[in-house]
Design a protein around this ligand. Sequence first.
Ligand code: ATP
Ligand code: MG
Length: 323
Amino acid sequence: MKHDEDPATDSFYDTPLARELADLTARRRALDSVPLEYSGRRRIFTVSNQKGGVGKTTSTVNLAAAFAHMGATVLVVDLDPQGNASTALSIPHNAETPSVYDVLVEERPLSEVVQQSPESPRLFCAPSTIHLAGAEIELVSLVARERRLRTALEKYLSTTGADIDIVLIDCPPSLGLLTINAFTAADEVLIPIQCEYYALEGLSQLMGTVSMIQKHLNPTLALSTILLTMYDGRTRLSQQVADEVRAHFADQVLTTVIPRSVRISEAPSFGQTVIAYDGQSVGAVAYREAAVEIVRRDQYPDLETGEAAARAAHDGGTEERGA
Ligand SMILES: Nc1ncnc2c1ncn2[C@@H]1O[C@H](COP(=O)(O)OP(=O)(O)OP(=O)(O)O)[C@@H](O)[C@H]1O
Ligand SMILES: [Mg+2]
């Protein structure tokens, strides 16, 4: 921490808490200088990990809100029968609501189910309802069962949804037909990894599914982004998991990590993202930094991850932090 006083004679300003606060203030200030206009290309992400509870939905809705905050128009497709993303974005999704189920099974146009989130005029959601729980089985006997979301999304993005800049598809914790529809519809895979024991377990199965999709259904699909979530800087375990993931996926892991934060876990019960619920909190700052880093890495593709982050910081984006 930089402070005018001599830290040796000013013990408060040399405490870890004071350093943390000063660091957070500097990070907020850096985010304030990010342009509020989105100039990137259209991107379609599927947020996937068949492991449950790793932060897929939390990352989907908070990154969506962070991108909208940066001026992007964003569509969240809730592909999980649990409907958690719809809840977090305050989108009604009772059994009668037209939903992604109708799109996938009944071929209803996506434009008829998409709703605007009260959180932002730039934030939209195609909700899920409980009917989607049956879709996994109903899809099996339907024509082009793996491509139904892609077809619907392509039609939507070339008509009613022409101004959508970023699509984020929130997947259920499985590798069934719903997730395969998401992989087939997307250009990029974003994998949230929880900084906990067994974090890497199941990743090879996920990679296997991605390469099967690349071979047979969607040759341009790329695993572009890995986001470390629920990081607890006080534990050696979080650090070890982060190091291990970075060793395996040096090019994909974002420099920004999402800390474990009470504010992040509270926000959905108010039907809000953490960006709206407490935009100054460390969790909101981290998700906004992650969104900036995702955009900047795309704009500076030739740079190594660390260099891109440093450039982003220099340009007024996210600041680089130790892993
Ligand atoms: N950074 C965080 N800090 C604290 N709690 C978090 C954080 N990220 C997620 N959580 C909490 O962890 C739980 C699981 O998160 P989330 O629902 O996003 O995971 P998921 O991968 O979507 O789960 P599922 O596989 O069931 O769809 C939720 O209760 C959420 O509020
Ligand atoms: Mg979820």
